[in-house]
Design a protein around this ligand. Structure first.
Ligand code: NAP
Length: 298
């Protein structure tokens, strides 16, 4: 008897999921894309986050990462978000992308802890690329933070876009200040169905200054799945969400100010499930209100 590992089982499950008639049918429709405000370049609305899931460069992680990234690309996805501080994630991603010859199919977003040339050099080497698509300053806390060095690197062709990130509500004022005076191409912020603070504070300003939005922690680090454990998707949501993951992601994507959601996973079947959120109908404003009320009541 041939034994298969849990990861291999997940890869088979992902392939099976994508081949199902319902999935294949919706897969025929092009994925939903959004324009990056500064350039009009369109990106698919579901991407992948690599915090914690790719952080150790071992055989099992490399195999899972290869399957997850391939699943993303095969389904028409593109954006992968990593950081210099996510353990070995940049190396794991760089090696997977290079080995599969996928560099021109993946929009690589990474983050630096500071505008430091040595740190950028290390990230580019680990990612095995001469230029990243998006270079973000991680966890901005200073309202006077300058992005001059990031702009200089962009002008030198070391990145195509620049951005800032935060998942700390304490630092929202700093993020707002930097959005106003630096007008970066992207802001990455925590935004999920049960953590909606960003829609009142960051998203309106991002739209005003024409900054694209990546939503970190779209499942609240998995918290949303625990909230609905044992519960069925309500009937009124079944027309647009085939799973809880799609319910949570489509809530965010129905907000047109969101460019791409970046759920983290090392499981190819979960990746395939998440990618289902970039196809089919999105909830309308009344349904969005109902979704928020539903989660708030749990
Ligand atoms: N300050 C910052 O800039 C900052 C901070 C935090 C995060 N981020 C970014 O945001 C990304 C996402 O954050 P995150 O990964 O921590 O949290 P998340 O995306 O909110 O949740 C990830 C969790 O959801 C589970 N999951 C994913 N898809 C699923 C599915 N279809 N069904 C059931 N469970 C599913 C994952 O488990 P499995 O692995 O088992 O699928 C994992 O436990 C990060 O990877 C990073 O790129 C940025």
């Amino acid at each position: 008897m041939t034994r298969i590992t849990r990861r291999e089982f997940s890869a088979l499950a992902a392939a099976e999921l994508l081949a199902r008639p319902a999935f294949a049918q919706t897969n025929e429709a092009p994925p939903i894309t959004r324009a990056i405000p500064n350039t009009g370049e369109r990106v698919p609305v579901v991407g992948l986050g690599t915090a914690t899931v790719f952080d150790s460069d071992d055989e099992q992680t490399r195999r899972a990462a290869a399957q997850v990234v391939q699943t993303l690309v095969d389904a028409g996805g593109r954006l992968v978000d990593t950081a210099s501080s996510y353990g070995d994630a940049e190396s794991v991603l760089g090696n997977v992308v290079a080995a599969a010859g996928l560099r021109d199919k993946v929009f690589v977003a990474t983050k630096l802890e500071a505008p430091d040339a040595a740190e950028l050099k290390r990230s580019l080497a680990r990612l095995r690329t001469a230029k990243v698509d998006l270079l973000q300053l991680h966890n901005v806390r200073d309202p006077r933070q300058s992005l001059a060095q990031f702009r200089a690197w962009k002008a030198q062709g070391l990145c195509r876009y620049i951005g800032i990130t935060s998942t700390s509500h304490r630092d929202f004022a700093a993020i707002e200040a930097v959005l106003e005076h630096e007008k970066p191409d992207f802001v990455q912020i925590d935004y999920s169905l049960d953590d909606r603070a960003a829609q009142e504070r960051i998203l309106p300003l991002a739209a005003e200054v024409k900054t694209g939005v990546l939503t970190a922690l779209p499942f609240g680090r998995g918290r949303l799945f625990r909230t609905v454990r044992g519960k069925e998707i309500p009937d009124w949501a079944k027309g647009f969400a085939g799973s809880w993951a799609q319910f949570f992601l489509k809530y965010l994507l129905a907000d047109e100010r969101v460019t791409t959601v970046i759920p983290g996973t090392s499981n190819p079947a979960h990746m395939a499930d998440n990618l289902g959120a970039m196809r089919g109908r999105l909830p309308d404003p009344d349904q969005r209100k109902r979704m928020a009320a539903f989660i708030d009541a749990l």
